[in-house]
Design a protein around this ligand. Sequence first.
Ligand code: GLA
Length: 395
Amino acid sequence: MRATTQALIAVVVFVFFLPTTHAQTGNISEGLALTPPMGWNSWNKFGCDVREELIRQTADAMVKSGMKDAGYQFVVIDDCWQVSRDKEGNIVADPQRFPSGIKALADYVHSLGLKFGIYSDAGSKTCAGRPASLGHEYQDARQYAAWGVDYLKYDWCNTGTQDARAAYALIREALNASGRPIVLSICEWGTAKPWLWGKEVGGNLWRTTGDITDQWDGKKDGSLGMLTILDLQVGLDSFAGPGHWNDPDMLEVGNGGMSDTEYRSHFSLWSILAAPLIAGNDLRNMRPEIREILTNKDVVAIDQDPLGREGKRVRKDGDVEVWAKELKDGSRAVVLLNRGSAEKQIAVRWEELGYPGHLSALVRDLWQHKDLGKFTDQLSSPVAAHGVVMVTVRP
Ligand code: GLA
């Protein structure tokens, strides 16, 4: 009898406390990334060549270039900052490349009014072969929180037979238990369809594809160019929303493999997709044209629209595509995309935007920063080869 009573009490205590603990830890990460995260990450340009001066100088440049004013916030060190674990199993930053330590670096980034991000991996080693977090999830999360980390990109190399959903749920639990709100960037490349479970496990963004390469279209060797990645986003829009975003990978704008026209297309398309806008170029040495692309506030506003809808492809005729995104005020952002190598006339009909044709709507060109006037039924415009025209259509 006594044993039964004890068992009963144990069950009651368990049932009573378990949901409370969950609710409390769950709240810490609530309200993160209500619009797609904006920032910079070292990987696309610098790969493993990361060191503390680069991170400090990049944070400085983010402020000086006007990127911070345009909404960029996170400064994220990708792979290769870590070299080993100490006797207690604590992760150790490369002492040669980060002599002042990660905490000092995070403090510096914070002193500029920016946020600080770092990288790890769910497996035994990161993609670059550095120590990863398997078996150290809670310890690492505590360490990140102590350093002042605001954003964790968590990769998927060397994970063997691990279950992706469980691994990302575990790191989210660990991050929450650290007591610090930390954005969780799931980097699983789309293999286990993270759009189906990323939100539930508390991921704030999830990669939908393999790594982007700095080229307009993919090559026969399977490398993913910007348009290849764009095509892979079709059909995923319904999974995105405030706090949880599809991530078609970081920006290549300014890295040299595409023309300025193509980079303008890349940036416009990522914005209409409500993609995280994580610059991947050298912010310390930007041509004015590149800075103007990354800081185009009219285009950034489409990405950051508080309704949080991801845009969709509403028409594809060969090389001609029309993409549209619903905005909070009821208007639409539209990208007319010309994938071909000659200029083309491209039209969008109001009915393709969910409006009646007779509706009179004000059209604004977001690259010319100019109101084009009122239009009914449709807008038709010449679009340069590999270029876009990006507008808002406001009834
Ligand atoms: C993977 C990721 C990249 C980058 C590298 C680092 O390939 O997808 O974005 O983080 O690992 O090694």
